[in-house]
Design a protein around this ligand. Sequence first.
Ligand code: GLA
Ligand code: ZN
Length: 649
Amino acid sequence: MYLGVDYYPEHWEKERWDIDASLMEKAGIEVVRLAEFAWSKLEPDDGVYDFSWLDEVISILDRHHIKVVLCTPTASPPAWLIEKHPDILPVNRNGQRMSFGARRHYCITNKVYYYYSERIIRKMAKHYKDNPQVIGWQVDNEFGGPKCYCENCRKEFQLWLKNRYKTLDNLNKAWGNAFWSHDYTSWEQIPLPIVYYHNPAFDLDFRRFFSDMTVRYSNMQIRLLKELNPDKFVTHNFMGLFPELDYYELAKEYDFVSWDNYPRGPENRYRSALAHDVMRGLKKKNFWVMEEQCSYLTREDITRTFPPGEMRLWTYHCFAHGAETVVYFRWRACNFGIEQFHSGILQHDGTDKSISYRELLQMKDEIRRVGPKIEGTKIVSPVAIIYDYENIWVNCAYTEKPMYDYPGEILRFYKAIKKLGINVDTVRPTDDFSSYKVVIAPLLYVMTDEIAENIKRYVSKGGIFIAGFRCAIKDKNSNMLKDVLPGKLRDLFGIGIYAWDNIRDRTVEIRDKEGRIYRGDTFADLITPEGAETLAWYNSSWYKGYSAITLNAYGKGKAYYIGCGLEQEFYDLIMKELLSEYEVKEVIFPEEVEVNIREKDGKRFIFVNNFSDKEVFIEIKRDMFDLISEKYIQGRVMLLPFGVMILEV
Ligand code: GLA
Ligand code: ZN
C-alpha cells in the first residue's frame, strides 16, 4: 500500500521543487507521476530535446526517497508539431478539423503521429533506462478519443472491414444492407457513420474499429517501452466505467491496470465501487489508482470541497477494492490553465495548511503500519456480474446515447450484494464461471453459440445464472435474432417471450408468490413459462397472466429470468436468499457503511468504510483487531464521520 501524487514541476519555478519534495516526504508520499503533458518542455522544437529539468526533478525526489512513474507525453502534441503536420489534428463528425489548444488533439490512425510518438518515447526510454529511480511508465493519458472522422480514418476503416469480412457480400449480409438500399459494390464506397440514423451493425463495427485503433496505438507504445526498458512496469490510466473502448483488450499487454477515480461525493459510492471492481476484473489482478480525487474538481462546474476525512475515506475505499497504490491528482492546485479551479493536495498558496495535506500527514503512519499486513492480499468473490463492451455498444444502437442505463442495471444487483458485505467480480461472457456460486447478466443482448454454451455448461454443473430483461435478443452483428426469445437460452430458462413493452415512462405492478407487490419499470419482457416455475406475475392491465420472474432447474443448477426492472427491495431479497452463506458474519452494519474483504493464506481483512458525514454504529460480533486504531474491539462500536476500520480475522 503506497501513496503518491501527480506532480507537474513544469508549472512552478525551480526554487520550489525541493520544498515540494520535502513536503511530500514529510507526508509519506513514496511515488510521484511526472511528465504527463510535458512534450513541449521535453522536445521544445523538432528533434531538439531537453531532459535536464526532468533529470533535476528526479534527482531532487531521489534525495527525498521518492520513486517516479514517467508518462509518455503523447496526450498533448506540441504546437510546432501541429504546425508542421496539421493532419494530426482530428476531424469531428461535422467534418471540422479541431484546432490546437486543448489536449488529446490527435488522430489515432495518423502515421506521422506514430512516427513522432515513437521518436519521443525512444528518446525518453533510452535516457531513463538505467535510472532505478524510475520504476515504471504510464502510456499517454486516458485513451478514449475524440473519435476522428478524417479521410485517413475512413481508409483505415475500409481496410479494417476488408480484413474482417473478406468479401463485400459477407459485409452486406452481416450489416443487413438490403435495408434502405445500403448495398456496397466497392469497399471505397463505405463512409464513416456521420449520419443521424445509424445502421446498428455499421455502428457496432465503427465502435470496434475505434477501439481496435486505440489498442493498436497503445500496444505500439507498450512494446517499445518493454523493449527499451524491460525492467520497468508499463501501465495506463483507464477511466473506470468509460464505455467507448474495449478495456479488456486495451488492458491485455499492460503489466497492470491503473485508473482515475473521481467519485465527486458519497452519493456516487456504488458507481465508484463498481468501477474499482471492473478495473480489477480487466486483468483479474489488483490495480493502481493513478489519479485519486483529493477535493473539489472543475471544468464544466466546480464541485464541493471534501470535508475533513473524506479524502482518507475514499483512499481506504480504493484499497478495500484491490488498489495497491493510490496516487492523488494533483500535488498542488495550478494558478493557470483550464484546471485552475481544480484542487490539489496543496492549494494554490502552496502551504502545508490545506485540509488534504493535513489528512495525508494523518494517513502516513497508518499506511506504513497497515501496508505490510495487506501486501499480497487478494479479493475473492463468490459472485460475478457480466460486464461486456459489445453489449454496452449494442445498447447505443440508435443514437450516441444508450437506450438503457447499462451500469445502472448492474448497480441494482450490485448494491444488494454490497449491502451483505460480499465482494463482487466483473467478468466477460466467455470467461470460466466455475468458481462463482452466482453469475448475473443484466442487458446481455448479444448471444453467440460460444456464450450460450459457456453459460449452459456453468449452470448444468450447478451454477446459478440470473438474466435481466432483453437477454439474448441479438447476434454478434447487432441484428435481431429470428428465434423465439430468449433464443439460444430458451431451454436454459424454460420460457418463451412472445411479447414485450417499453415502460420507461410508467411503472407496472408485479405480484410475487407470497403476494408481495413491487413496481416494475424500464422494460417488460412478458414471459410465457415453458417448463419454468413462475416466481412473480405482472398484475397490470393487459400484462395480466404473463410471468415477470421465472426460475428453471437446468442440470445441477438453476436459471432465473427477471423480465423487468424492479424496486431495490426485490434485488435485496433475492441476493440475500442466494448468497446468505457468504454474508459477512462478523460485522453488522447500516447502509451508509460499506464492507469489503481482502484475504491471504486464510487471513481475512475486513475493510469497513463509513460513507456518512455522521457517526454511525456497527456491531462487531467477535473480538477483532482493528489495524487502524490498533485496538481489539467487540460489541456495539461507533464509527466516526467518514471513519474507517480494517479488522483482522
Ligand atoms: C482527468 C485527467 C487529468 C485531469 C483530471 C481533472 O482524469 O487525466 O489530467 O484533467 O481529469 O479532474
Ligand atoms: Zn483520423
